[in-house]
Design a protein around this ligand. Structure first.
Ligand code: ZN
Length: 208
């Protein structure tokens, strides 16, 4: 039996929406914005529903001392077992948030490293782009940086006209430490941003 929302008489300022990223390879972007309602880190008030954190944070700021039940109709609320389509629509309609924007916002640095910029023509710009993309690929797939010296990989890049000769492929030392450090810094910045937006007691796992 789902909890009666009108019985949640806690003050808004004492509650929060806990964003919990799903442990799946590609969780929908909506899970950056929807979560269960919590009173403290251990006590979920309502596991039957998921709430829009954007709505709730706005309401909480405006009415910190109001009861949750008095404002709950102004908060996007969905059954915990409903599909993500409605939540996606809510984000778009109520907050003008789309998947592309969400990615831009959270992965700004990394996306710019991956960006397909069709204006890039000069070989130095191409080298720079490959120099960013290759270490990112190595990090994501746990590959050794020495892949750039593998004949098969070099042939693949040359056959597909990604580079003209093997000398256009960034060297190991360009990949690491030079560009690896840039990726590290981008990831640290991104993590800091996420922690800033999180609850009082965030937990972090490094296996996602
Ligand atoms: Zn909302």
């Amino acid at each position: 039996m789902p909890l009666d929302l009108d019985k949640i008489d806690d003050l808004n300022k004492t509650l929060f929406i806990h964003i919990q990223l799903l442990n799946v390879s590609r969780p929908s972007f909506i899970w950056n914005y929807f979560g269960h309602l919590y009173k403290n880190a251990r006590k979920a008030l309502d596991l039957d529903r998921i709430y829009c954190k954007v709505c709730f944070e706005n309401i909480k700021e405006e009415y910190p001392d109001a009861n949750f039940s008095s404002v709950r109709r102004q908060i996007g609320t969905y059954s915990a077992i409903s599909g993500t389509g409605n939540m996606r629509n809510h984000l778009l309609a109520m907050h003008q948030i789309t998947e592309a924007q969400a990615i831009k916002k959270t992965n700004k640095h990394i996306v710019s490293m991956f960006a397909r910029n069709r204006d890039i023509t000069s070989s130095s710009q191409l080298n720079e782009k490959h120099g960013h993309q290759l270490p990112l690929m190595c990090c994501k797939d746990l590959l050794s940086f020495s892949i750039v010296e593998n004949k098969g990989f070099q042939d693949f890049l040359i056959c597909n006209k990604i580079v003209n000769t093997k000398y256009d492929i960034p060297s190991r030392t360009t990949l690491s430490p030079l560009n690896l450090n840039k990726i590290y810094n981008a990831c640290v910045d991104k993590t800091k941003e996420q922690i800033k937006l999180s609850t009082n007691y965030p937990t972090i796992t490094c296996d996602a």
